[in-house]
Design a protein around this ligand. Structure first.
Ligand code: FAD
Ligand code: NAP
Length: 241
């Protein structure tokens, strides 16, 4: 692994805590859904964290979507980067939240909390989901409606079924509460207009590790289990912390 130098082209702020970095860097080969470590030198040490690519692989400008964790060492500094400033990008993208690891199904569910939407924005802008699945559902759960980011990008993706949750304020058009409860009581299926079953579905889960556990438990009640290469199943997960 080597470190590549990247230059920030834009740091878009969606709210005081949410930002998207667009970065010019030497070309990287990766699959939609993968992540790469990005880094800054802080007090003489290189501090690196994994970030999922938001851009699809064919887009030469790298894009990352982040949240400020106030006590975290890296994210508050990434949020303050301005156009023209440097950061480092590792040369070795990685990760298994990719469609090449997902078996065929009628419906693909891309389920996220918070910044966990990032890898799906890359996947959805490739051809594979549209060639392989009859229905594609993007689920995004956030605390407040201002965190429903990338709506313009999402709105331009034909045939996508987009279901949102806003948990800490009332928001017309979004479901209230949390994903696992809505899996159990059928509200998620009703909102998506698609069945969520072992026979019909593959579910990718990304974001808050507790959501991954709770959603996996709710899906297990529907006879769904984690997918492994040697023991095919219906759930693929990526935890962000
Ligand atoms: C495979 C992978 C992909 C990732 N992709 C992204 C991404 O695309 N965007 C992104 O913002 N982060 C992503 N992360 C998390 C990211 O690597 C950092 O942990 C995060 O930016 C905070 O960095 P930090 O150094 O400030 O704090 P850290 O010391 O890394 O984290 C401190 C604490 O902050 C909380 N936290 C960390 N990340 C998040 C988050 N994303 N949302 C809410 N709370 C969080 C957790 O409680 C964690 O223990 C990813 C992590 C992994 C493992
Ligand atoms: N700097 C700032 O100003 C600022 C502002 C906001 C956040 N932050 C940082 O960002 C972190 C929070 O990030 P976030 O809001 O993206 O993440 P989050 O806490 O994971 O919340 C995102 C969504 O996931 C839901 N969720 C949480 N646990 C779940 C579970 N077990 N099952 C199902 N759904 C679950 C939340 O619902 P609930 O609402 O019901 O929990 C919410 O709808 C904070 O810890 C803080 O460090 C910083």
């Amino acid at each position: 692994m080597t470190w590549l130098e990247g230059t920030v082209i834009e740091n878009r702020h969606w709210s005081e805590a949410l930002f998207s970095l667009r970065v010019e860097a030497p070309a990287l080969v990766f699959q939609a859904g993968q992540f790469v470590r990005i880094a800054l030198d802080i007090d003489g040490e290189r501090v690196a964290r994994p970030f999922s690519f938001v851009n699809p692989p064919q887009d030469p400008v790298l894009e990352f979507y982040g949240i400020v964790v106030p006590e975290g060492p890296l994210s508050p500094r990434l949020e303050r980067l301005r156009a023209g400033e440097r950061l480092y990008v590792a040369s070795n993208p990685a990760g298994f939240l990719v469609l090449a690891e997902v078996p065929d199904a009628e419906t693909l569910w891309l389920v996220s909390t918070g910044t966990g939407i990032a890898p799906y924005l890359s996947i959805l802008r490739t051809e594979a989901p549209w060639q392989r699945f009859r229905n594609v559902v993007l689920v995004h759960a956030v605390r407040y409606s201002k965190e429903l980011v990338y709506r313009e990008v999402i709105g331009k993706i034909p045939n996508l079924r987009y279901v949102t949750f806003v948990s800490r304020e009332a928001h017309p058009g979004s479901l209230a509460g949390r994903i696992p409860a809505a899996i159990r009581d059928g509200r998620l299926e009703a909102a998506a207009g698609a069945a969520l079953s072992a026979e019909s579905s593959h579910v990718m889960l990304c974001g808050n590790p507790q959501m991954l556990k709770d959603a996996t438990a709710a899906l297990a009640e529907r006879g769904m289990r984690k997918h492994r290469r040697r023991n095919p199943g219906h759930i693929t997960v990526e935890s962000f912390w």
